[in-house]
Design a protein. Structure first.
Length: 209
């Protein structure tokens, strides 16, 4: 008997856990929908004004880097007796310096990040294609398609470089926010349609799991 077959103890326990977790957030379905709508709106604004979203993303990232650097450096001094003190301190200083560059020179930072994104897309696309064609694992053709899309995106960004640094980060950020927002909306609406814990039968949970 498989551990996940109907009636098995593990499956019963998994259903109990799922029921508990769904009930814990079911009453908050409206918040998921509201958050999703906000994310979709912000993502749409980012797509319409990618240069603004790019600048905001770079500045935010710079502030986060500085905060992480300060926290790392402070943590290093709190535990300065351990052998990794110097490395931790240097990492903190590096984070702060990079954060300052991002905040003071957002255009330069956006250009560097765009070049990195284009390089990663092109290299990742080539690796996917070569690995899929060489190994020929099941459904390898879809990996080739994915690699081709990544390679094409990387070449498109690179061919428009450095002008692409004005819109690439904002465009990707907007797309990600829209997808995230629609996921939250669908999750909230699905939670709304769920019955209460006491009325959830095995058929309902089977559909969930």
């Amino acid at each position: 008997m498989s551990v996940l077959e109907p009636g098995s103890p593990l499956r019963t326990e998994l259903r109990r856990v799922v029921r508990h977790e769904l009930e814990a957030i079911r009453a908050r379905w409206g918040w998921f929908v509201a958050l999703g709508i906000v994310m979709v709106v912000l993502g749409t604004i980012a797509l319409l004004t990618p240069w603004v979203a790019t600048g905001a993303a770079v500045l935010t990232f710079g502030v986060l880097l500085m905060a992480a650097g300060i926290a790392t450096a402070v943590g290093a001094f709190w535990s300065r007796d351990w052998s990794g003190f110097l490395v931790s301190l240097l990492m903190g200083v590096l984070y702060v310096v990079l954060g300052l560059i991002f905040v003071r020179k957002p255009g330069l930072a956006a250009t560097a990040l765009t070049a990195l994104i284009a390089s990663l897309l092109m290299v990742g696309g080539v690796v996917k294609i070569v690995a899929a064609v060489t190994l020929r694992f099941p459904q390898w053709i879809w990996v080739v398609v994915s690699g081709g899309i990544s390679l094409a995106l990387g070449l498109m960004i690179w061919n428009d470089f450095p002008e692409s640094s004005l819109w690439v980060i904002g465009l990707f950020l907007g797309i990600d926010m829209i997808f995230h927002g629609w996921f939250d909306i669908m999750l909230g609406l699905s939670l709304r349609r769920l019955p209460k814990l006491g009325t959830m039968d095995d058929a309902t949970m089977a559909g969930v799991g």
